[in-house]
Write a protein that binds this ligand. Structure first.
Ligand code: SAH
Ligand code: SF4
Length: 332
């Protein structure tokens, strides 16, 4: 897909027609301009050549059929991955990428191992949700939630991520509620600050993964630049302004961050803040480390429960198609 020339091709058209064209793409999810019958045949043909709508993607469906991975080839040949998760309650969540690769190099993450190729444009971020909107349209369904938990660090591509968020939320287009849009960050403080100033209060998630700097540094090199205390301070300020809940993601890795001590320390930093909650994630294999045993996960949860820490455990989608958290990579 490439809409760069849309404005130019529709230069002589009325404002109303331009609005109609955008709605055809972002609301009615057309995949070919021939469907935009409000334009003349000549114009539709021209649009198909100069503003192609085709999204090049390979699709993989998990055995349980609850996740679908799209490997999208961008116009410059680079590839990204996005996943559709179909929840049993009817929600359809798309997990989108914000960058090709990621520069932050967290040791447990497949994307981190790729390094950064480049950031995505707003259109490339939108394209991922569009792909699944077209896919679901065939079943009379829509994308209900978007999470920025695919490849890349969204706050290192703030402008373009935010450009996409606005289109997702716009009632004229995707019409996805702000509370159904989530951004996960490894703790880029400037991004957290900036988000707190936005009018649209989307959900914020922080990749914590360790309850102290020593351990966190060994898993997430970015902790050296943005230590835990500073990240937590930025989150407290964010809550002060927005009054929104914040999710702290914690991947349980065998013998690394899953001890009783770690759980107690985690509980301590969560304190009794009613707007904090922990999201426990089962480690998905990316070559290094092992997932915590079921008994360990149970024990970890028990401790959090006893210490009255609010927590949820993430359902594991799509690990058989390498579509689970942290398994996104496109240079294999
Ligand atoms: N860069 C952002 C968003 C993308 S990662 C961030 O780090 O928050 C989305 C989530 O998947 C993060 O919480 C990340 O830490 C987690 N993750 C990464 N590797 C994982 C793995 N191997 N198993 C489970 N979760 C993983
Ligand atoms: Fe980047 Fe997030 Fe992976 Fe860390 S976990 S390397 S920040 S994508």
């Amino acid at each position: 897909m490439d809409l760069t020339n849309l404005g130019k091709v529709l230069e002589t058209e009325s404002k109303f027609r331009i609005k109609q064209a955008r709605e055809a793409v972002y609301k009615n999810f057309i995949s070919d301009w021939s469907e935009a019958t409000f334009f003349s045949k000549d114009l539709r043909d021209k649009l198909n050549i100069e503003c192609p709508l085709e999204i090049k993607a390979d699709v993989l469906v998990s055995k349980k059929e609850d996740s679908v991975k799209a490997r999208i080839t961008l116009n410059d040949g680079l590839m990204i991955e996005s996943v559709l998760m179909r929840h049993s309650d009817g929600r359809n969540t798309v997990c989108v990428s914000s960058q090709v690769g990621c520069p932050l190099g967290c040791l447990f993450c497949a994307t981190g191992k790729m390094g950064l190729e480049r950031s995505l444009t707003t259109e490339e971020i939108i394209e991922q949700v569009l792909f699944f909107s077209r896919y679901l349209k065939k079943e009379n369904q829509t994308v209900t939630n978007v999470t920025f938990m695919g490849m890349g660090e969204p706050f290192l591509n703030y402008e373009n991520v935010w450009g996409a968020v606005k289109i997702f939320n716009d009632y004229k287009y995707f019409n996805i509620g702000v509370r159904s849009i989530s951004i996960s960050t490894a703790g880029i403080i400037e991004g957290i600050k900036r988000l707190s100033q936005e009018e649209l209060h989307v959900n914020l998630a922080i990749s914590l993964h360790a309850p102290n700097d020593n351990l966190r540094k060994s898993l997430m090199p970015i902790d050296k630049k943005y230590p835990l205390g500073e990240v937590l301070k930025a989150v407290a300020d964010y809550i002060e302004i927005t009054k929104r809940k914040v999710m702290f993601e914690y991947v349980l890795i065998k013998d690394v961050n899953d001890s009783d001590e770690n759980a107690k320390e985690l509980a301590k930093i969560m304190g009794n803040n009613k707007l904090y909650f922990v999201n426990l994630i089962l480690y998905n294999d990316t070559g290094i480390y092992k997932a915590s045993t079921t008994e360990r996960v149970e024990r970890f949860r028990e401790i959090l429960e006893k210490l009255k820490i609010r927590y949820t455990q993430r359902y594991r989608f799509g690990d058989d198609i390498q579509a689970a958290c942290g398994q996104f990579a496109t240079n294999k």
